[in-house]
Design a protein around this ligand. Sequence first.
Ligand code: G3I
Length: 399
Amino acid sequence: MSVRRSLVIGTVGLAAVLAAQTTALATPSATSAGTQAAAAARPPGVIVEGSLRALGSFTGLRIGTAVNTDLLGADPAYTEIVNREFNTVTPENVMKWEVVEPTRGSYDFSGADELVKSAQQNGQLVRGHTLVWHSQLPSWLASNGGMTTTFTDQQVKDIVKKHIQDEAGRYKGRIWAWDVVNEAFNDDGTPRQSIFYKAWGNSTDYIADAFRWADQADPSAQLFYNDYNIEYTGPKSQAVYDLVKKLKAQGVPIDGVGFQTHLSTQYGFPDLQQTMQRFADLGLNVAETEVDVRTAVKPGATAGTFTSEPLSNLHASTQQAYWDQSLKACLFVQRCVSYTVWGVADSNSWIPGVFPGEGAALLFNDSYQAKREYTVVQQDLALAAGMARHRTGEGSGGR
Ligand code: G3I
């Protein structure tokens, strides 16, 4: 049986799943020696009973993680968790424009190639991230945070088209879903004034063109619009809703909307399920694409440093509740095709670098031990395993 086929297990009874998982649902041992031995004993692509990817497969829900290719292969404990727990992978950085084309016309796809190859070996699908984004653009193309360029409008259009053709074309047939356009709106719902917006005559028409070019380059990939702070009712969510509704009406090849879902316990939990359902009702797939739940953490021994320990038990239990609710929101929306966490261990998360004093945002601690948050996610998936299998998401065929 192939790895892909072994994931298609079909509907099973809840009691049977829970009985089968009784021992496997124990928190996995993640000691470095333990994980190395486990990985060595298990050929790539063999699914571990009770892992998140195995439990998700009972309902057809893909469970993913962002991958740091500096750690993949180099850090055994990290690599073991990526391949044991997840069946989709998203490159955290190596498919971004500044990485793949640091100098105009000179490409570096080494990290992206490595990730795609590893995914194939481990029975994982790839979420390509991301083709058109104002951030992490190469310095030859843009400055001022993606707001300024020295190129003419027509040159920018030609450059964007070529970039999409080159990158999406290189991985044609090997990408499950592309984040074609990322973060095109401000929090107040106005369009971001990026070099793309300006080049298309101060309009969001670049978004339709990007989707058309991505579809031409890789017709089998699902094409997503991806953004943050659209998880709750508000002007930004509404702006994205209006955009994708218009794209659908115009026949633009869009398959889905990614809700990044970077959550913080200092804010109330969003009306995520209702919001995703509203988008799904437009005939789009939805996904949670970058889930993490940050909270205030205890200070470290030296002034200005911080640990990955939540400040109190209340902070920790709120985080656990947010993981539970974010996963359930996806489980209860039939068109929610994947649930992706933005990294493996707290120590590899982007959060402490951007929000000093906050952290503990992921499922594994700094020592790659599964946290209580992991168990919450694992148990939700096990409990959901009795639901009718109803997710598709195997390419753009259902568009
Ligand atoms: O690669 C350089 C390295 O050469 C240099 O020495 C080092 C010095 O700072 O920087 C390295 O680049 C860093 C890069 O990650 C790779 O590690 C950048 O500084 C750093 O800003 C960059 O951060 C990434 C961030 O996107 C950039 O906006 C995070 O890892 C990544 O997790 C984060 O991911 C984004 C999603 O793509 C989109 N949604 C939001 C999410 C969180 O910001």
